[in-house]
Design a protein around this ligand. Structure first.
Ligand SMILES: Cc1cc2nc3c(=O)[nH]c(=O)nc-3n(C[C@H](O)[C@H](O)[C@H](O)COP(=O)(O)O)c2cc1C
Length: 256
């Protein structure tokens, strides 16, 4: 089994690796940022595909990966995992409909509530202990979904018309513009930035570069919060105006 994922701050990577480890000890797991992902997909019939939900929609980088490789999906059997901080409606459905359009069969869907990764907006902020409990609950749900998968009883979260309506009216209609294009982000404080280059190395879009000792961003941000969460100077914001908490799944590793 091959797993393909995108993860800004680590939640989705954790979820898909745990799921795959439980269903197939010999699985392959690749990020869409990995240059070998496309050839790995072309060699497989059945794929687990995972991503975080942004505004009840696909992150632009994920939508582009799916549509740029539209010929890849014909005849594939795809199980979709969507991670989210609170609510997505049809988080799995948003990619499932695209995959189907490109000729894939959707064999199931799984929604996983994980800690919210947006660290510059006050809403939804949880304490580290609460986050650990959220991760523990997700881990339990993953294990149970993996067992069902192995027994041939695949969950179908996010895939039917009721989820679709919930996603559409719950959020997507109001926020449809937010993930349509890449954005002119992140905002980097030139006073705080020391030009360490961390963000430049980590950005999945290669949207940040160091110029005259300072990080400078372009207009191709997919809003994944990886740079935000990894900036040692707390010099970066994206949606909000101040750094409240930098979320990184690895801070919780081994503690869930
Ligand atoms: C730009 C953005 C928009 C988001 N929108 C939603 C949302 O609509 N609903 C939700 O439940 N979580 C939302 N989240 C939270 C993430 O989906 C969640 O924290 C996810 O598990 C992060 O995964 P990652 O660590 O693999 O990047 C959003 C996060 C970002 C960065």
């Amino acid at each position: 089994m091959t797993g393909i994922f995108f993860s800004g701050t680590g939640n989705t990577r954790f979820c898909i690796s745990r799921f795959l480890a439980a269903i197939d000890g010999e699985h392959k797991l690749l990020s869409i940022e990995d240059g070998t992902a496309v050839s790995a997909i072309s060699e497989e019939k059945e794929i687990v595909f995972a991503y975080p939900v942004y505004y009840s929609n696909l992150p632009k980088i994920v939508r582009d990966f799916i549509t740029d490789n539209r010929d890849l999906w014909r005849g594939k059997r795809i199980f979709v995992i969507a991670t989210m901080g609170a609510f997505s409606g049809d988080g799995a459905g948003v990619s499932a409909r695209l995959f189907k359009k490109f000729g894939a069969e959707i064999i199931g869907g799984l929604h996983l509530k994980m800690p919210d990764c947006i660290g510059d907006v006050k809403a939804l902020k949880k304490s580290p202990d609460e986050n650990r409990k959220i991760i523990a609950a997700a881990a339990e749900k993953i294990d149970s979904a993996a067992k069902k998968f192995s027994d041939g009883k695949l969950s179908r979260e996010g895939l039917n018309v009721f989820y679709h309506l919930a996603g559409l009216f719950g959020q997507r209609l109001y926020f449809s513009g937010k993930t349509k294009h890449y954005t002119k982000n992140p905002k980097i404080s030139s006073e705080k930035c020391v030009g360490c280059g961390n963000c430049e190395k980590l950005c999945p879009m290669k949207n940040i570069h160091i110029s005259d000792g300072k990080a400078v961003s372009g207009d191709k941000c997919t809003m994944c919060y990886r740079c935000f969460s990894s900036c040692p100077q707390k010099a970066i914001t994206i949606i909000g105006k101040e750094v409240i908490v930098q979320y990184n799944f690895k801070d919780y590793l081994g503690k869930e």
